[in-house]
Design a protein around this ligand. Structure first.
Ligand code: PLP
Length: 435
């Protein structure tokens, strides 16, 4: 018996090594990393240039506590991350993961409000379904009852509005009226809560695990920006999964040309080489908070030079190899091949996403959008079949009708056309066994 434990007793093969888009277990079996782990290993495994950069930094210093030293690596990474962000968002706060990024953004927003004499603003409206992290603060804005309900008494669950799942509601996502319809729900909720109490709205520009790569309907992203401005509500883009180039732009929100007040980054930012995340914030917000006694927040490993050197090398790789462009191009190919599979397998009810943040959702009936019976445990079954076939998929289980049995197909952004075909062939083979 292993002394380790995670969510369940699920036994997994022992990983031996990983390179590019492939992983091998100790028996020598090869897998295609069809989900980049949990949408993390965006530039692929064992990139020699990232490893060299890490090694070089390790020989200099692996750790320098941020309150004792500035480091070249953290300064350079902050500079580079800020340069990627929209105009006016020029300040960077490092963390070690997505939940930390979300909580840091929430706390910075709160301190900004306090600095401005708006102590009554504390509510952070979020969406259902959504996933913003597992720690109690991040969980308070997560709209996914199976994960949040047991902990409700230990936190202050925040108000939620429905995520714009036009495909489930029978609405046309291309019609601007659809985006306005969902955005109006945010406005109604702000009014209901009392605008003077609402601090922020947090949103995943392209949905991640909870909605399965949900792409917002036309006009939604721009309209929510306008609504937030109207009521003095800060807008937080949680780009933990959608950031880093995977959608075909560095930040998912660039597809709609909207700027938030705060951006949360992680996953692809460290690319699986190190635990790394960041909040990129509006310069004036940070200045205001620093002028009023400083930001009362920080984590031990924040901005450590090893993580920052790795992050810098990851960004360099994304840039020099045009991996964002490749994600856009290969994403188009993969999306089209997934739509072919939808033609072939009636059980596939929807294919969606942007760039290489793609998903398909299984349904009992396409017309009614009825989910597969929970007893079928499609989530685990298809994942296991694909696993046997040497393809790693990432899935969320249907629970309480909150989300369907969707499967994220998100290979590393270095994937080529031949490898896309191989992924689709393995998926085809797996679906044939599943149905
Ligand atoms: N936000 C989003 C959009 C995520 O997808 C995740 C993780 O899946 C998180 C936050 C939490 O990140 P972490 O697991 O690194 O704490």
């Amino acid at each position: 018996m292993s002394r380790l434990f995670y969510q369940t007793r699920l036994a997994r093969p022992e990983l031996d090594r990983a390179e590019g888009i492939h992983m091998w277990d100790v028996t020598g079996k090869r897998y295609i990393d069809g989900s980049s782990g949990a949408m993390v290993s965006n530039i692929g495994h064992s990139n020699p240039r990232v490893l060299a950069a890490m090694h070089k930094q390790m020989e200099r210093a692996t750790f320098g506590y941020r309150l004792h030293f500035q480091t070249e690596a953290s300064e350079a990474l902050a500079e580079r991350a800020a340069a990627l962000a929209p105009e006016g968002l020029g300040r960077v706060f490092f963390v070690s993961g997505g939940s930390e990024a979300v909580e840091s953004a929430m706390k910075l927003a709160r301190q900004y409000a306090l600095s401005r004499g708006e102590a009554q603003r504390y509510k952070v409206i979020a969406r259902t379904p959504s996933y913003h992290g597992a720690t109690l603060g991040a969980l308070s804005v997560t709209g996914y009852a199976p994960m949040t309900a047991p902990f409700d008494p230990m936190m202050r669950p925040m108000p939620k509005v429905p995520a714009p799942r036009a495909y489930l509601d029978g609405l046309d996502a291309e019609d601007p009226a659809t985006g306005l319809h969902y955005a109006a729900m945010l406005e109604a909720r702000i009014l209901e809560e009392g605008p003077e109490t609402v601090l922020a709205f947090i949103v995943e520009p392209v949905g991640g695990a909870s909605t399965g790569a949900l792409v917002p309907p036309a006009e939604y992203m721009r309209e929510i920006r306008k609504i937030c401005d109207t009521y003095g509500v800060l807008l937080i883009h949680d780009e933990v999964m959608s950031g880093g180039g995977r959608t075909g732009r560095f930040f998912g929100a660039e597809h709609w040309d909207v700027a938030p007040d705060l951006i949360c980054l992680s996953k692809g930012f460290g690319g699986g080489y190190v635990p790394l995340g960041a909040v990129i914030a509006r310069d004036d917000m940070v200045e205001t908070v620093l002028d009023h006694g400083g930001f009362i927040h920080g984590h031990t490993y924040a901005g450590n030079p090893l993580a920052c050197a790795a992050g810098l090398a990851v960004l360099e790789e994304i840039d020099t190899q045009d991996l964002t462009g490749n994600a856009a191009r290969m994403g188009d190919v993969l999306a089209s091949r997934l739509r072919d599979l939808k033609q072939k397998y009636p059980v596939i009810g929807d294919v969606r996403g942007k760039g290489l943040l793609l998903a398909f959702e299984l349904m009992r009936d396409r017309a009614s959008k009825a989910p597969l019976p929970a007893t079928l445990n499609a989530h685990s079954r298809l994942v296991e079949i694909a696993y046997e076939n040497g393809l790693i998929l990432y899935s969320r289980r249907t629970r309480g009708g909150l989300s369907g049995d969707h499967f994220l197909v998100c290979p590393p952004m270095i994937v080529n056309a031949e490898q896309v075909e191989e992924i689709v062939d393995l998926l085809d083979k797996s679906l044939a066994r599943f149905v």
